[in-house]
Design a protein around this ligand. Sequence first.
Ligand code: KG4
Ligand code: ZN
Length: 343
Amino acid sequence: MIVLGIESSCDETGIAVYDSDRGLLAHTLHSQVAVHAEFGGVVPELASRDHIRYLVPLLEQALKQAKISKAAIDGVAYTAGPGLIGALMSGASVGRSLAWALGVPALEVHHMEGHLLAPMLEDRPPDFPFVALLVSGGHTLLAYVKGIGQYELLGQSLDDAAGEAFDKTAKLLGLGYPGGPALAALAEAGRSGVYKFPRPMIDRPGLDFSFSGLKTFALNTMQKAAEKDNGELSQQTKADISLAFEEAVVDTLKIKCRRALEQQYCDRLVIAGGVGANRRLRMELARMIRQLGGELFYPRIEFCTDNGAMIAQAGCFRLMAGETQPLEIEARARWSMQELKAI
Ligand code: KG4
Ligand code: ZN
């Protein structure tokens, strides 16, 4: 079965062609960084317009890359949420209409399910069950995954998502948008131990997270450092603060992942979502998993952040299982993963 996947939930337009027999045949991506950079964050209306501009050209490019015609498509999968409503509607309209015109089924895909299953795009996919750490700009959660659609929520962020905390702290440091990768890059020049940030909620039992306090801690640290440095933060101080912040987030995630694995008597861990692209996080989780004698799985960097491949794949799994949906277009800003059907 050949499935066309469409991702347009936020600031990336992604299209991919996934074949149930041969795997990923093609994927194309357009990032809106340049559109939103001058505003310091994503402007929803501009995001929708940009998706509309790029969806069809990217689709044609993906078909060309996959060396197939539209007639070869057996199904269309598109992100229906969670995300920005206008942005989601752009991809959903194109997906539904194309499927209707071709006389093939179309299926809504949950963006976070796409992320969660993204490691299955790789050569060494994880077996079920596994513990998944989903860390993106909008969500931070730990789930116990027994199969597709069987997601037991173990814990989640009570306030900011990890990616959001990276982005907000980066903004405080004057690093602009998108902040996470910029902060991580600056942290490379940081000196460990100059500043020490707290590890939120590790003393409490359970697997929930809270990251908003780290951003406030960063602000206070910056103000104190600026007083010492005659009001201006040096580049080295910014790098030291970035590193201390990154270490605190990574350490907190690592501690909770370990706790989740022990609680579930599981030794397979999957990391997915944009923050999963963070080098230090991958390195530290790999070290922890080695100590436990377990296995760590993550998608290649480009499939950690938003992309069409993960949507095409998740849609293909569900279409192959015979899932069908009515013709109406429904986009959801919020959508719990627990509502998904097990297949
Ligand atoms: O999954 P994603 O592309 O979009 C959402 O579904 O939210 O995740 C985007 C988030 C942003 O907050 C971005 O700053 C963060 O992932 N991110 C990173 C890195 N690359 C992306 N955070 C830390 N280090 C990185 N290398
Ligand atoms: Zn995402």
